[in-house]
Design a protein around this ligand. Structure first.
Ligand code: GCB
Length: 607
């Protein structure tokens, strides 16, 4: 043992902890886009760096003078092999694949750079907020690292107050979307690995002591009570002044007591009109602290499971749904991020007769959830624990739990979300059960008010039909079943008579059924890839589902054809999964009308 080294470690460790703490953003700033902010959206210079030359030197050690320094040559004899200011540009938000043809299939590192100006207000805190970066981001401000983040679909923030100067500043982000076995998701998926800064970026300008996180929700067990909690962050020693919660339409204006660690909790008697798909009532909610006002629009409702029923506001509900990938409806696809994208996709779901959407297979952007609140669509939201992640690896578990936590933290005020899903189509084995049980416990700890589910493809086939027999089904509140009768197994005509058995006495959602069709390819109903074949699969599966006594919802696969590198069949797939009810250009296929008619009937029989 080298005692000298030990002493150095003793001296350095507290210093590292301190330095780490100075920048770590432990408390999430809820509803970031409702804050005072400087938007960094727009065009960013980019350097494509497949060999990570801007990060590693030729000994494969991290460079001290990597691209993050954003250096400029000072004289004509100086050697510098990169230059952001003369590099091409990418739009942020947006994936890189659909912006440059050379990046269409690219998986690797791209560096992003943007200059911005700012006049620091004395005593204010500045946080950089990213809506999402796929998959890994290392963020530098004025040449200094401020943090990193792994996971392509959740937002993250870093406090950069002490890195900013008055006047000109710059931010550089190293984005890497390489797939790795130990990531969440893992290497094998059925969607496009869109890379880049895919959602908005902003610098939040917050008072020295500020409203960070909050939750304002109806008590799930008592619809005459509202539970509110607020977390202040920043300089808590200097906190003074009143924290007020107001919901003007309910005549609520209430002071909240703040504890020494910046927490405030309140339970209020109230009788709000309840939020539902038929009546998506939202209330203006204001949190006011020392002149800082954070505004939100929140709906109040309850959701629970009773036996095989899902109850919304105490009444059994049938979920008429559709699955949706976060892919833009027009303009060549790509990651969806805008309000227009969200409105179009969710409007299509409404036109189909839906009261429910399954936002697959990862947390979608915040705007989708806000528009779902506004339009009255119930939501299933999930993390990308998909197929064969490394269930036996603790570090992988930690990544999944982090994404789950980030999803729930960001979206806990959305009335539309009733289901948190922890996984899709995972194979039965003990390590998987341990992994997913851990995530389910975590979900309940973070949000005991919503239901937990997972989509399972683990049914067994007997001579009488399909039997749901999966230990995971015992742990969830609602069982999701993915089953492709007429496509991956059986011929369509045998599907209607297929019987399903479940021993769990829990509600069941058919979270995927479907078949591929190339829009405009017509033929007879036995010919693969035709609209007729797909429509027949829907007819047969609808008849089959009607015989499942525990069925409380359906979310067929999928609203729109979406890009997938797994799907290569020339002139049919051309890198698209064709199970959409509409084509990638939004044209409806025959199956659209079959499902719409079913939902019309379901809706009128529920009235
Ligand atoms: C599934 C997956 C989904 C795929 C779909 C398909 O079971 O959950 O991600 O895209 O099947 O088309 O095969």
């Amino acid at each position: 043992m080298n005692y000298k080294n030990l002493w150095v470690a003793f001296l350095i460790l507290p210093l590292l902890v301190f330095v780490g703490k100075a920048n770590a953003q432990d408390v999430y700033v809820q509803n970031a886009y409702a804050r005072d902010l400087i938007s960094l959206d727009g065009h960013w210079n980019r350097i494509i760096d497949p060999y990570e030359n801007g990060y590693y030197n030729h000994r494969y050690l991290p460079h001290e003078d990597g691209y993050f320094k954003n250096a400029q040559v000072k004289n004509k004899s100086e050697l510098l092999e990169y230059n952001f200011s003369t590099s091409d540009k990418l739009h942020v938000p947006g994936d890189w694949n659909t912006q440059e043809s050379q990046l269409f299939l690219y998986e690797g590192t791209v560096w992003y750079h943007k200059d911005f100006s700012l006049n620091k207000k004395v005593g204010y805190r500045y946080l950089v907020h990213f809506g999402a970066v796929n998959y890994q981001a290392i963020v530098y401000v004025n040449g200094v690292k401020v943090g990193d983040h792994e996971g392509g679909f959740t937002s993250f923030q870093f406090d950069i107050s002490d890195k900013l100067v008055n006047g000109k500043n710059f931010v550089v982000v190293k984005v890497d979307n390489r797939r790795e076995r130990n990531q969440v998701p893992t290497v094998n998926t059925d969607w496009w690995n869109y890379g880049g800064i895919t959602r908005p970026v902003a610098i939040l300008e917050l008072p020295g002591t500020y409203v960070a996180d909050y939750s304002v929700q109806l008590d799930n067990a008592n619809s005459k009570m509202i539970n509110a909690s607020v977390t202040l962050a920043g300089n808590l020693k200097a906190k003074h002044g009143d924290l007020l919660l107001s919901i003007p339409e309910l005549n609520i204006k209430q002071k909240m007591q703040i504890s020494a660690d910046g927490q405030a909790k309140l339970t209020l008697a109230a009788s709000p009109q309840l939020w539902s798909p038929e009546h998506p009532k939202l209330y203006d909610v204001e949190i006011n602290f020392n002149g800082e006002v954070v505004r939100d629009r929140i709906g109040f409702r309850t959701v629970a499971v009773k036996g095989e029923n899902i109850e919304l506001n105490g009444k059994s509900v049938f979920l008429r749904g559709i699955s949706i990938h976060e892919e833009a409806p027009f303009n060549g696809g790509g990651r969806a991020w805008s309000e227009d994208d969200a409105r179009t996709l969710l409007r299509w779901a409404k036109d189909l007769g839906c009261n429910f959407v399954r936002l697959a297979h990862y947390p979608h952007n915040e705007t989708m959830l806000k528009i779902a609140d506004e339009m009255g669509l119930l939501v299933w939201s999930e993390i990308p624990v998909y197929w064969t992640v490394m269930f036996e690896d603790k570090a992988v578990y930690a990544k999944a739990e982090k994404q789950l936590t980030e999803m729930i933290t960001r979206d806990k005020n959305r009335a539309s979300i009733i289901l948190w899903s922890v996984a899709n189509e995972t194979p039965v084995k003990q390590e998987r059960l341990n992994f997913l049980s851990g995530l389910i416990n975590k979900t309940r700890e973070l949000d005991g008010t919503r239901l937990v589910t997972a989509a399972m493809d683990t049914q067994t086939t007997t001579k009488d039909g399909k039997v749901i027999d999966d230990p995971l089904a015992s742990v969830v509140d609602v069982i999701g079943i993915n089953s492709y009768c007429g496509w991956y197994y059986e011929v369509p005509e045998n599907c209607a008579s297929q019987k399903w058995a479940s021993k769990y006495n829990k509600p069941l959602i058919m979270s995927e059924v479907g078949a591929d069709a190339l829009q405009g390819k017509l033929g007879d109903k036995t010919e693969r890839w035709t609209e007729e074949y797909q429509a027949e699969v829907f007819r047969q599966n609808i008849a089959m589902m009607e015989n499942i006594s525990a069925l409380r919802g359906v979310s067929p696969w999928i609203l729109k054809d979406f890009r997938s590198p797994r799907r290569s069949l020339p002139d049919i797939q051309d890198f698209y999964n064709r199970k959409g009810l509409v084509s990638e250009a939004g044209v409806r296929k025959q199956a659209w009308y079959v499902l719409r008619d079913y939902y019309k009937k379901k809706e009128s029989s529920a009235e």
